[in-house]
Design a binder for this molecule. Structure first.
Ligand SMILES: NC(=O)c1ccc[n+]([C@@H]2O[C@H](COP(=O)([O-])OP(=O)(O)OC[C@H]3O[C@@H](n4cnc5c(N)ncnc54)[C@H](O)[C@@H]3O)[C@@H](O)[C@H]2O)c1
Length: 418
């Protein structure tokens, strides 16, 4: 079933109210497997069922339901999330970090009443419904698993797990317990992604042959885990364009990849130490999609960028897609896009689209999830798509290790927008 979903926190305390044009409706599907998970969900369901009525259509509205949120990992990314989570649907209950001072600081700055130093204390402490996992890449799987086992819905920073088997286990656990798990990145929620997806699925580009995505910078200097096994530029950066390109061209069937280390020693300023680099800091991944389209994503921690590492004023393209009838290019990063350029058959010059301001920001995932749990709405973002990207990351490493092309098993519902 498809319903129309309008952004209902446009008036959130910390953000500007976007223009009406920015409040674009998003087509979503309703599911019913949330029934009976936790108290608030059941209550929200009955309210949603009442709203739905005989037509089966509803507009999700702010109805005062609050999702109790616990955030684990109070480092760099948490400041963005905690600010964005100040919305009517969320009650911030607890924060946790194994470096307890960080949890205390986040608690004080964002008025979160309970602080913990260990996940087990947090899960046994003040009750909450949604665990938001913002920890090191290598900790995601274990903490997501503990959260689900303790009956909590989970929002995870990317990637949700270290391996495909681990990711599958998380989805199985969530389904068995009627819980939800979703993971970053949320690139498919931007209006620019949607414009590109609809242009492609409307056949405007003709047969799509080739695509590329690129994302790099000089590498994080605040945490060593980025350079340790299991992370690297694949898990930290390539995930964005792998999600965007599989979202646009469909699931990858096979992967071939090459990775190297360009800078073998890194200075970690926050911890005042120097580390040997174990994970790749330079990667190229080629994907084979249905219908013969080929795409590649390049990522790395050694990219000089002459543009700013945000989305203001960038004209450069980071995603290019070529078909027989046209080409479409994304201006700005897939996680911070600002417009789309399109040239169709007979016209060589690019025309700009999807350049109106919107309230899309990359750190919106946990807030969206809380709102969906409270209102029983759905998003075009799925756990299956996130799992597919986990499989691609693992296949890329295996391809580099073995020199082989790796077949993939996972699929997700595609096209995302029709
Ligand atoms: N920093 C960014 O701009 C950014 C942007 C997008 C995504 N991310 C992703 O966010 C995640 C976190 O990155 P970050 O830059 O915030 O790193 P960070 O090192 O600044 O923060 C991670 C925090 O998690 C804590 N932690 C780790 N394991 C823990 C455990 N088992 N229990 C409790 N606390 C634990 C660490 O002590 C640290 O404070 C990563 O997956 C990263 O890829 C980061």
């Amino acid at each position: 079933m498809h319903v129309i979903f309008y952004d209902c926190w446009v008036g959130r305390e910390s953000g500007a109210i976007p223009s009406p044009s920015a409040r674009s409706p998003v087509t979503i599907r309703r599911r019913t497997f949330l029934k009976g998970t936790v108290g608030f969900t059941t209550a929200a369901m009955s309210a949603a069922q009442r709203r739905t009525g005989a037509t089966g259509r509803e507009s999700a509205v702010c109805d005062g339901k609050k999702v109790r949120v616990g955030v684990i990992g109070c480092g760099s990314v948490s400041t963005h999330y905690l600010s964005h989570l100040k919305i009517p649907h969320v009650e911030l209950v607890s924060v946790c970090d194994r470096i307890f001072e960080r949890a205390e600081k986040a608690g004080a700055e964002h008025e979160v009443p309970h602080q913990y130093a260990h996940i087990r204390e947090m899960l046994a402490g003040a009750p909450f419904d949604l665990l938001v996992n913002l920890t090191d890449i290598q900790s995601h799987y274990e903490l997501n698993k503990l959260g689900l086992e303790a009956g909590r819905h989970v929002w995870s920073e990317e990637p949700m797990a270290g391996t495909y088997e681990e990711g599958k286990h998380l989805l199985k656990l969530a389904n068995a317990r009627r819980l939800r798990i979703w993971a970053a990145p949320t690139v498919v929620l931007s209006p620019q992604f949607r414009f590109m997806a609809e242009t492609i699925s409307n056949g405007k580009l003709g047969a799509v042959a080739s695509a590329r995505g690129t994302y790099g910078h000089l590498g994080p200097d605040w945490a060593a885990f980025f350079y340790e096994e299991g992370a690297g530029s694949l898990a930290d950066l390539a995930v964005y364009d792998l999600t965007a390109l599989t979202g646009l061209l469909g699931p990858a069937r096979e992967v071939i990849a090459a990775t190297t280390i360009i800078t073998p020693v890194r200075e970690i300023k926050r911890d005042k130490k120097v580390v040997q680099v174990e994970a790749e800091d330079n990667a190229m991944v080629t994907m084979y999609h249905d219908g013969g389209a080929l795409s590649h994503v390049q990522s790395g921690f050694n990219y000089h960028a002459s543009f700013r590492h945000d989305y203001t004023g960038q004209g450069h393209h980071t995603i290019d897609i070529f078909g027989r009838e046209g080409r479409i290019q994304l201006a700005g990063y897939s996680w911070a896009p600002h417009s789309v350029d399109l040239a169709l058959r007979g016209k060589h010059e690019l025309k700009r689209f999807a350049d109106e301001p919107s309230d899309y920001v990359w750190e919106n995932g946990a807030s969206h999830m809380a709102k969906c749990l409270a209102t029983e709405a759905e998003l075009p973002l799925t756990a299956e798509h996130a799992l597919h990207v986990v499989e691609i990351l693992e296949a890329a490493r295996e391809s580099q290790r073995t020199g082989r092309r790796i077949k993939l098993k996972s699929r997700f519902n595609w096209p995302i927008f029709t």
